[in-house]
Design a protein around this ligand. Structure first.
Ligand code: TYD
Ligand code: MG
Length: 454
């Protein structure tokens, strides 16, 4: 029999395997991601125990019980998880280095420790002393939280066997390695194998598991994309390191909604929950300047008021710039085209920059009206009255279309002290006058501009 070749090339993005090196991965199309890895000493999968076959069951015969959720006592985190962490689920927390993943995890684990059952925090990056110092800084302490500086998979599994913790956290999965594989810690085969083993243990015992995952320059979880498919929940911790606030966002959640966000503020004493994000996002809002307006976006179940800014300045380029941060680039291009064609604004020789203040990202069309208005405000050099809140989706013919959940948005605006709301006429008709706010119904973008600037 022919001998198996010794080495293989594994794509560090998607886990594709090839015997020879390739410049471009046929699996995911990325360039230069194949790395030579030594073949596994044993077939790593041999450590998986064979499972007894399962019987298919009629779906109406399956008894469903809400699996109990464990609260981290951090409301913002619980909500993002869908109301606490479910038993046996595997949650991955990822984000840029230094954004606060370890801090968040440590605070959450102290919260779980209130159940008075052992919790295990395994750190492959910091010594136990460093973890202790951090928790002192956070003002937290618990006799139920156990810390181990460990990165060998076999040792971690042994530790969990001995301690039988009610929650396990591994920081980070890229540092964990098994001696069964020869490839270096952090490589695809290592990360995939170790994550799989830790997850199997979690599922078997019904213990929630948290894994910290590093992200690459491109912003995806480092190493295998497959990790994202394996775990139940993927949380991204984002934020500008220059700013104090951090946003926790889910991109995948088998046990809850994926459009919920949690907002935190990083202080000297750790992460603090921001219960009223609108207040935070509007704190530095300039008043009476051109190119700024406030809109209400729905993030998950909550309305959040955010400031949209625009700057139009004469361009020296043949193709003027259209740059956006926090809103979709194509959406901006579309709105600029509508402003030119349907309202008659001349934007051909203007560079246009749009920004959502505070580093938030908004994907819903309900903020169209605000974007178009701030661009017009900057071009016309007329400020939008700071007491106004703008809502509405804009169609290609310049019509203003209804948006969902208007009542929640309008109420939030009234709560934050806004006086007037410019919104789609069709929404005004349906909205009961429950709030103390002037409602101005509009049907087209030209009507919006005449309401705002005349
Ligand atoms: P950390 O949780 O170590 O980040 P990660 O695990 O994502 O790499 O957070 C490190 C940063 O947070 C560091 O730059 C210091 C800052 N920090 C505070 O500002 N206040 C605090 O109380 C703590 C613990 C950290
Ligand atoms: Mg860390």
């Amino acid at each position: 029999m022919a001998r198996q070749p010794k080495n293989q090339h594994v794509c560090q993005q998607c886990g594709f395997q090839s015997l020879k090196w390739l410049g471009r991965c046929p699996g995911c199309g990325q360039w230069n991601t194949l790395v030579e890895e030594t073949r596994e000493r044993q077939r790593a999968t041999s450590s998986r125990e064979p499972m007894p076959p399962t019987e298919p069951q009629p779906i109406d015969g399956i008894i469903s019980e809400e699996s109990p959720r464990l609260s981290s006592t951090i409301q913002e985190l619980d909500r993002v998880l869908g109301g606490g962490v479910t038993s046996g689920s595997v949650v991955m927390i990822s984000g840029d280095p230094g954004i606060g993943k370890s801090t968040l995890l440590l605070q959450a684990l102290h919260g779980f420790a209130f159940t008075e059952r052992p919790i295990l925090y395994v750190s492959g990056e910091e010594s136990v002393l460093q973890v202790k110092m951090r928790s002192q800084r956070l003002g937290l302490s618990s006799s139920h939280l156990f810390v181990a500086a460990e990165s060998a998979l076999e040792n971690i599994l042994q530790l969990t066997d001995q301690l039988n913790p009610s929650v396990l956290a591994v920081d980070s999965i890229q540092t964990v390695y098994t001696t069964q594989l020869e490839s270096a810690p952090g490589s695809v085969s290592q990360v995939r194998h170790c994550a799989d083993r830790i997850m199997q243990e979690g599922k078997k015992t019904g213990r929630p598991t948290f894994l910290v995952g590093h992200v690459t320059k491109e912003g995806t979880i480092a190493g295998p994309r497959v990790l994202e498919h394996m775990v139940d929940t993927v949380l991204y911790f984002e934020g500008d390191r220059g700013h104090a606030y951090r946003i926790l966002r889910t991109t995948k959640n088998r046990f809850g909604s994926t459009n919920e966000i949690g907002v935190f503020e990083m202080k000297d004493t750790g992460l603090h929950e921001v219960r009223n994000p609108s207040e935070l996002f509007l704190a530095e809002r300039p008043v009476d300047t051109t190119g700024s307006a406030v809109t209400a976006a729905i993030e998950g179940t909550r309305p959040i008021l955010v400031e949209i800014q625009a700057l139009a300045s004469p361009s020296s380029l043949a193709v003027p710039r259209r740059t956006s941060t926090g809103v979709d680039h194509n959406r901006l291009a579309l709105l600029v085209a509508v402003l030119e064609k349907k309202v008659g604004l001349s934007l051909l020789h203007q560079d246009i920059f749009v920004n959502v203040a505070g580093g938030v990202r908004i994907d819903e069309p309900a903020v169209d009206l605000a974007i178009a208005s701030v661009v017009a405000s900057s071009v016309l050099d007329k400020p939008v009255d700071p007491q106004n809140i703008l809502l509405g989706e804009i169609g290609l013919t310049g019509e203003v279309r209804a948006v969902g959940r208007t009542e929640a948005r309008v109420k939030e605006a009234a709560k934050m002290g806004f006086r007037r709301c410019v919104l789609p006429q069709s929404n005004v008709e349906r909205l009961q006058r429950v709030v103390d706010l002037d409602l101005v119904g509009v049907r087209s973008l030209s009507e919006v501009l005449s309401v705002l600037f005349e």
